[in-house]
Design a protein around this ligand. Structure first.
Ligand SMILES: CC(C)(COP(=O)(O)OP(=O)(O)OC[C@H]1O[C@@H](n2cnc3c(N)ncnc32)[C@H](O)[C@@H]1OP(=O)(O)O)[C@@H](O)C(=O)NCCC(=O)NCCS
Length: 164
């Protein structure tokens, strides 16, 4: 299955929402539950400073990544608020890696410069953490009991960062 990575447009909003709802069904992956993936969330994602989609030949959105530069001057070199999702039926085929590489390439072209990319991953999402390590993100800390799962258990968040 071939796919293209390109900047998202407003026309991708519904596809991004459908994708995130599908990816959110897997427990312990995305922070939002499917019912929290609203049209407003789709608009928010697309309005980020960078929002890239992976799109198949039939225009189905199968992957999405977004992030925004921090607005306070002290942190303006930091790209944060990063979220990535690949459709469960398309995971493990390199789409997530290609989305990240395109985002990092974009970040390197920005003026004023983006010098740091940061993200957080649930400790119960080792596959995602392994991917981030492979891409060059370093472990920077752990937020204990940051998340609370539907069954009441707490989950730590792993903080990761990459300097460009
Ligand atoms: C994490 C995610 C974005 C990775 O995208 P992907 O297209 O599956 O990743 P790639 O094919 O480029 O790379 C595969 C690597 O991703 C990681 N991975 C994480 N979840 C995976 C899954 N369900 N299936 C396959 N690989 C997964 C693994 O490290 C894998 O490498 P491995 O084969 O050595 O285990 C994607 O699996 C996903 O959307 N998961 C659900 C949502 C999520 O967890 N988002 C991140 C929140 S922090």
């Amino acid at each position: 299955m071939t796919f293209e990575i390109r900047p998202a447009t407003g026309a991708d909003r519904d596809g991004v929402v459908v994708l995130h709802k599908a990816a959110a069904v897997t427990p312990g992956a995305l922070a939002r539950a499917p019912e929290e993936v609203t049209l407003a969330y789709g608009d928010y994602a697309i309005a980020s400073d960078i929002c890239l989609v992976a799109v198949e030949a039939d225009a189905t959105v199968v992957g999405e990544i977004h992030a925004s530069r921090e607005t306070v001057a002290l942190f303006a070199h930091v790209l944060g608020g990063l979220t990535v999702a690949v459709h469960p039926e398309r995971q493990g085929r390199g789409i997530g890696s290609k989305l990240f590489k395109a985002l990092i390439a974009w970040a390197r072209t920005q003026d004023p410069a983006i010098l740091r990319i940061e993200l957080a991953a649930g400790a119960g999402n080792p596959g995602a953490i392994r991917l981030y390590e492979r891409l060059g993100f370093k472990h920077e800390g752990r937020q204990v009991a940051r998340g609370r799962l539907p069954d009441g258990r707490f989950e730590d968040d792993i903080l990761m960062g990459m300097l460009l």
